[in-house]
Write a protein that binds this ligand. Structure first.
Ligand SMILES: NC(=O)c1ccc[n+]([C@@H]2O[C@H](COP(=O)([O-])OP(=O)(O)OC[C@H]3O[C@@H](n4cnc5c(N)ncnc54)[C@H](O)[C@@H]3O)[C@@H](O)[C@H]2O)c1
Ligand SMILES: N[C@H](CO)Cc1c[nH]c[nH+]1
Ligand SMILES: [Zn+2]
Length: 431
C-alpha cells in the first residue's frame, strides 16, 4: 500500500493511463464474442473448458441440481438471506416509478408510460468467490419492476458444480432458468443467443474486468445496466476514525479481486502510517491473503489531504464505487460528494453492511463511471414511452407554429403532415 500526498496523487492520476491493459483485455473479449456469435453452443462448451476448466455436458442447471443444492445450504444462512431479501425488497419498492398522464386544455393529453422489460439476463460472478447476495441484488429489482422473464448465468466451480448458495438464492427469488456459463462467453450468449441460450433485452450484473468489457462491447445490440467491474472502496478518515475499522473496511473490498481498488484519504499524516501498518497486519491473517496482498500492491493507496475540502475534491476525482466517510459530522460532508456509487456514513456503516443487508443495491458503477452512472435499481428494468394526444382544436390552434419550425429545418413533409389536417374540412373524425 503506497502513501502519497494529494499533489502527488493528482499529478500521477493525470499521467497514468490503463489503455494498454484494456487493449489486451479487449483483444481476448472480442475474440470470444466473435466465436460465440459464429459457433454458438459449441463455443460455450469450448470456452467453459478453457477458462473454467470444466468439460460441460449440459448448459442448463437441472431440476435435480437445484433440489440437491437446497439440501446443502446451512439453514442459518437461509434465514439471513430471507431477512436480507426483505430489506432489499423494502428499499427497492420505494424506487418503483408510475406511469403518468396529464390532461391539459383543449383535449391535450401528455404522459409517460412505464413498461417493464420483457426478458433480462442476470450475470452472477463466480470466478474467485460465490455471490448469492448478488442474485438478490439483481433479481429483486427486476421482479419489482415486473419483468416477466429473468434468466441467470454463472460460472461453474472448479469441481464442475454450481455453487449451492447461489442456487438457493435463485430459488428464493424465483429464477428458473440458470445457465452454467461464466465470463465473456456468457455475456455474448445472452446478447446474441445460441441454440440453447435465448437472447435477452438487457444484461445486468457485475463481474471481473473481462465481464465488464464484454458488456461494454455488446451494448447497443442489447441493453446493459452499467460497467460494474472489480470492486472499489474509498475511505475518508479524519483524526477521529478508528484505525482498525478503516483497515478492515479497505481489506473487505481488496479481497474481491487482484484488480480491486482500496484507497484511503486521510487528513492526518500520522494516521496514514498507522492505517498502512494496520491494513498490512490484518491482511496476513485473512483467508484470501494472496488476493488481498496483490490487490493492495496493485491498487492500494493512502492519500494525505491537507484538509477535508481537498479530501472531498479527490473523492470526486476518483468517483469510487463505495465511499465511506469515517469523519466527524459525515452528514455535512456527504453534501460535498458529487461522484460515488454508494456513500456510507460514520463508524458503524461499514461497506459489507451494504453488500449484504441494509437494502440499497450493491451492483454499482466502478472505474470512475460513478461520474455518470447510478446503482442498479428498479428503473434499470423498465422503459418509458412518451404519450401525446392532441384534439383537432388543439392541433389547429398551434398548426402554424409547428409548420414554421418544420420549414425552418427544411423538412417540408413534416410541415405538410400538419397542413393537411388544417386544410382538410371533411376529414374522418372531424368535429
Ligand atoms: N461492481 C459491482 O457491483 C460488483 C459486485 C460484485 C462483485 N464485483 C466484482 O465482480 C468480480 C468477480 O470476479 P470473478 O473473477 O470472481 O468472477 P467472474 O464471474 O466475473 O469472472 C469469472 C470468469 O471470467 C472469465 N475469465 C477469467 N480469466 C480470464 C481470462 N484470462 N481471459 C478470459 N476470460 C477470463 C472466465 O470465463 C470465468 O468464468 C470481482 O472483480 C468483484 O470485485 C463487482
Ligand atoms: N462489494 C461488492 C460490490 O463491489 C458486492 C459484494 C457481494 N458480496 C460481497 N460483496
Ligand atoms: Zn464486497
Amino acid at each position: 500500500m503506497r502513501i502519497v500526498t494529494a499533489d502527488a496523487y493528482l499529478k500521477e492520476e493525470k499521467a497514468t493511463t490503463s489503455t494498454e491493459m484494456t487493449e489486451a483485455i479487449d483483444e481476448v473479449v472480442l475474440n470470444i464474442i466473435r466465436k460465440v456469435r459464429a459457433d454458438k453452443d459449441k463455443a460455450l462448451y469450448d470456452f467453459t473448458e478453457k477458462y473454467d476448466g470444466v468439460k460441460l455436458e449440459e448448459l442448463l442447471v437441472t431440476e435435480e441440481e437445484k433440489k440437491n443444492a437446497k439440501k446443502l445450504v446451512d439453514p442459518l444462512f437461509f434465514e439471513a438471506l430471507v431477512r436480507a431479501k426483505e430489506n432489499i425488497e423494502a428499499f427497492h419498492r420505494e424506487q418503483k416509478e408510475k406511469s403518468w398522464f396529464v390532461e391539459k386544455e383543449n383535449g391535450i393529453m401528455l404522459g409517460q408510460k412505464i413498461t417493464p422489460l420483457e426478458k433480462v439476463g442476470v450475470y452472477i460472478p463466480g470466478g474467485k468467490a460465490a455471490y448469492p447476495s448478488t442474485v438478490l441484488m439483481n433479481v429483486i429489482p427486476a421482479k419489482i419492476a415486473g419483468v416477466p422473464n429473468v434468466v441467470m448465468t454463472t460460472p461453474l466451480q472448479p469441481d464442475g458444480t454450481v455453487n449451492p448458495y447461489v442456487l438457493a438464492a435463485a430459488d428464493l427469488v424465483g429464477v428458473d432458468t440458470i445457465y452454467k456459463i461464466g465470463g465473456v462467453q456468457a455475456i455474448a450468449a445472452l446478447a446474441y443467443g445460441t441454440e440453447t441460450v435465448e437472447r435477452v433485452d438487457k444484461i445486468v450484473g457485475p463481474g471481473n474486468a473481462y465481464v465488464a468489457r464484454a458488456k461494454k462491447w455488446v451494448y447497443g445490440d442489447v441493453g446493459i445496466d452499467m460497467i460494474a467491474g472489480p470492486s472499489e472502496i474509498c475511505v475518508v478518515a479524519d483524526d477521529s476514525a478508528p484505525v482498525p475499522y478503516v483497515a478492515a473496511d479497505l481489506l473487505s473490498q481488496a479481497e474481491h479481486d487482484e484488480s480491486a481498488r482500496a484507497i484511503c484519504i486521510t487528513t492526518s499524516a500520522e494516521k496514514a502510517k498507522e492505517i498502512k501498518a494496520e491494513a498490512e497486519k490484518q491482511a496476513i491473517s485473512l483467508e484470501r491473503h494472496p488476493i488481498v496482498k496483490q490487490s493492495l500492491q496493485n491498487n492500494g493507496m493512502i492519500i494525505i489531504a491537507r484538509n477535508m475540502e481537498e479530501a472531498m475534491e479527490i473523492v470526486n476525482n476518483i468517483a469510487p464505487e463505495h465511499l465511506e466517510l469515517m469523519v466527524k459530522n459525515p452528514e455535512r460532508w456527504m453534501h460535498s460528494v458529487k461522484n460515488a456509487g454508494a456513500i456510507f456514513l460514520g463508524n458503524f456503516s461499514p461497506e459489507p453492511l451494504g453488500d449484504y443487508f441494509a437494502g440499497p443495491n450493491h451492483t454499482l458503477p466502478t472505474n470512475g463511471t460513478a461520474r455518470f452512472a447510478s446503482p442498479l435499481g428498479v428503473y434499470d428494468f423498465v422503459k418509458r414511452s412518451s404519450i401525446i394526444r392532441y384534439s383537432e382544436k388543439a392541433l389547429l390552434q398551434h398548426a402554424e407554429k409547428i409548420e414554421k419550425l418544420a420549414f425552418a429545418e427544411g423538412l417540408t413533409a413534416h410541415g405538410k403532415a400538419i397542413a393537411i389536417r388544417k386544410d382538410d374540412t371533411d376529414a374522418p373524425g372531424k368535429n
